[in-house]
Design a binder for this molecule. Structure first.
Ligand code: TK8
Length: 350
């Protein structure tokens, strides 16, 4: 009985999201179940898949997550990582979570906007000046509010990791001016904001899952793509792309997702372990990502890519061209939410 009480007390000192899930009125269901009450942790294997490679900061972050979960659970919870879209692309893995066929994935928020349109605010170009601002907004009330939209779609969000600022590569010519986009066939994520932004710039965008990008570039089905430098390097896009333009046109996050069907089976103690590990590994992943994005620029140059910067004036021109797209999607997503986004950015800037 004493142990039982202790267990309930421990499991109710967890974050708000978990309180909702486990500690509401019922009073610790695991305590009365047939599970060994000693720890409230069962032997479980947890399938976690991502789209990027093991050597990418997202892969290293997932590895760290697996280690932390093992440590915190005394080896009972085993996270089995699958890298490089082995289990499918972002959309497919998210659907597998919803169906209860896979436990964890960490996709870009961009392909999820068909499900939760509000995530589209993170597809608006030129919102954040640096990673610190993005982290403040994602970890603040706005980021939390969007995580709370996930359970209605059979998903639980444990926080945000970093994909990062995206840059354009292509096989045709340097892109330094707004008019250089004209006619370029560019792969975009499966996301309407990205698609229309490239359209108004005069490019010819094609939405495509990330796992198909390398071969589409290699076969010249598309001329270019855009992604953070760490990804361009890890996926060796430099082998099929001669030109890199440092556009930093948008910062996109990763969201840490757990299958709700799986989550609801966990004891509060198990949920707490996953929540803490996701945040701790996320802090590690973000630091690594920032460092790797810096290093990757030199590595890509050394690998022979022709790199160009884009002047502030040209950036401003591009922003002006894209503005009607932002206005349109602000209305569709909700102008109050967009205002909140900019207010949070202002706050982070101070
Ligand atoms: C990886 C994707 C990728 C994203 C994209 O699963 O699709 O371009 O940037 O990194 O989430």
């Amino acid at each position: 009985m004493k142990k039982w009480m202790k267990h309930v007390v421990i499991s109710c000192t967890v974050p708000a999201l978990l309180l909702l899930a486990g500690c509401g009125g019922g009073g610790g269901s695991s305590a009365t179940s047939s599970q060994p009450a000693a720890s409230g942790i069962q032997e479980r294997t947890i399938k976690a898949g991502i789209g990027l490679n093991e050597d990418h900061p997202e892969g290293q972050g997932l590895k760290k997550f697996a280690e932390l979960v093992s440590q915190k659970s005394g080896g009972k919870l085993k996270v089995q990582p699958y890298y490089s879209a082995q289990l499918g692309d972002d959309k497919k893995m998210t659907e597998a979570l919803q169906a209860g066929m896979q436990e964890i994935t960490i996709p870009s928020t961009s392909p999820l906007v068909g499900m939760i349109k509000e995530y589209g605010i993170f597809d608006f170009p030129f919102v954040f000046n640096d990673e610190k601002e993005a982290h403040a907004v994602l970890d603040g009330p706005l980021g939390q509010k969007l995580l709370e939209k996930l359970p209605a779609h059979n998903l639980i969000g444990l926080g945000y990791w970093e994909n990062g600022f995206r840059n354009l590569t292509n096989s045709k010519h340097p892109v330094a001016k707004a008019e250089d986009f004209k006619g370029l066939k560019i792969r975009t994520m499966q996301n309407q904001v990205h698609l229309e932004a490239f359209q108004v710039l005069g490019a010819n965008p094609t939405p495509m899952a990330f796992s198909e990008v390398f071969s589409a570039l290699e076969s010249k089905t598309v001329d270019g793509q855009e992604n953070p430098l760490a990804t361009i390097k890890s996926n060796k896009f430099n082998e099929v792309q001669g030109y890199l333009s440092v556009t930093k046109h948008v910062y996109t996050p990763f969201v840490f997702l757990v299958s709700k069907k799986f989550w609801d089976k966990l004891s509060p103690e198990e949920q707490k372990i996953l929540q803490e590990a996701a945040v701790e590994a996320g802090t590690y992943q973000r630091e690594l990502n920032i460092a790797e994005n810096k290093k990757a620029l030199d590595d890509l140059k050394a690998a022979g890519m022709q790199v160009n910067e884009v002047t502030k004036e040209e950036m401003a021109k591009m922003q002006e061209i894209i503005k009607p797209v932002i206005d349109k999607f602000s209305k569709e997503i909700g102008e109050d939410l967009v205002k909140e986004l900019y207010a949070e950015v202002e706050k982070a800037r101070k």
